[in-house]
Design a binder for this molecule. Structure first.
Ligand SMILES: NC(=O)c1ccc[n+]([C@@H]2O[C@H](COP(=O)([O-])OP(=O)(O)OC[C@H]3O[C@@H](n4cnc5c(N)ncnc54)[C@H](OP(=O)(O)O)[C@@H]3O)[C@@H](O)[C@H]2O)c1
Length: 238
């Protein structure tokens, strides 16, 4: 049976790779992003459906949800560092703007999208949200937002579990081949991020895509309410 898969933030980086992975499985894949040109281009390149939707805008998210009668897999991949928000300045207004922008991008987008399609998720389906090693590393407002994403996921899993739906966070370490760093990652910083790993390499978007594909597979039905760390050992758990 063909699965219907929605991936927010599917025009670039991790979301795009997840879309390609499910498309290779002949799923009916839908991707979103905030810009019509990249949505259109990526959808054409991958042979998937595209929709312009800002995951932080309730009106746009409601319109997106109306496209679906049933949804098997939702991947909340949109997120990242908000553009144009001031750094940790002295003015409280600037601090508030930065925290609100990070919470919107990295927590509320997933909450709104998931809530909007909640009643369309099928038994045997999966919700996946892309978290970050930043949640473990004192990553300021970004890390706090990703930590909150994982906390929210635990409650969501309890709510969806009785319906036969799993919900997990994939917490990514440094992943190369994305626009996450917006061209501002120095060679020194990149080397430091790789040095933190046990396997001495950056993560790839395919590392995350394969994890997402597995978590939405029949073999992963007893994995729910978890945060899975995919980071080459840069952060370990026990
Ligand atoms: N790259 C890393 O090292 C890394 C590490 C840990 C976690 N992550 C997380 O991985 C996820 C994917 O990021 P990425 O690294 O693949 O970065 P990316 O290449 O910048 O991709 C982000 C995607 O999300 C879309 N997007 C951003 N804000 C959106 C919004 N409000 N509504 C809808 N779409 C939105 C972007 O398109 P538009 O800008 O056109 O909307 C783009 O398609 C993010 O949640 C990020 O926090 C990344």
């Amino acid at each position: 049976m063909t699965r219907t898969v929605l991936i927010t933030g599917g025009t670039s980086g991790i979301g795009r790779a997840i879309a390609a992975r499910f498309a290779a499985d002949h799923a009916e894949v839908h991707i979103t992003g905030r810009h019509a040109d990249t949505v259109e281009q990526t959808a054409a390149e991958l042979g998937v459906q595209g929709a312009v939707c800002d995951a932080t805008d309730p009106g746009q998210v409601t319109e997106l949800a109306a496209r679906f009668s049933e949804l098997d897999v939702l991947v909340n991949a949109s997120g990242g560092l908000p553009q144009g928000t001031p750094g940790d300045g002295s003015a409280l207004e600037a601090v508030l703007a930065q925290w609100q922008a990070n919470l919107a991008q990295n927590l509320l987008g997933a909450v709104l999208t998931t809530t909007s399609v909640r009643d369309k998720l099928t038994s045997g389906g999966s919700v996946l949200s892309i978290g970050s090693i930043g949640a473990e590393r004192g990553g300021g407002s970004y890390g706090a937002a990703k930590a909150a994403l994982a906390a929210w996921n635990a409650a969501l899993s309890a709510e969806l579990g009785p319906l036969g739906i799993t919900s997990n966070v994939i917490s990514a370490g440094y992943i190369a081949g994305t626009n996450f760093f917006q061209g501002r990652l120095t060679d020194e910083r990149q080397s430091a991020l790789v040095a933190e790993t046990h396997n001495k390499r950056p993560g790839t978007v395919e590392d995350i895509a394969e994890t997402a594909y597995f978590l939405a597979s029949p073999g992963a039905r007893h994995i729910t309410g978890q945060t899975l760390h995919v980071n080459g050992g840069a952060f370990t758990t026990r």
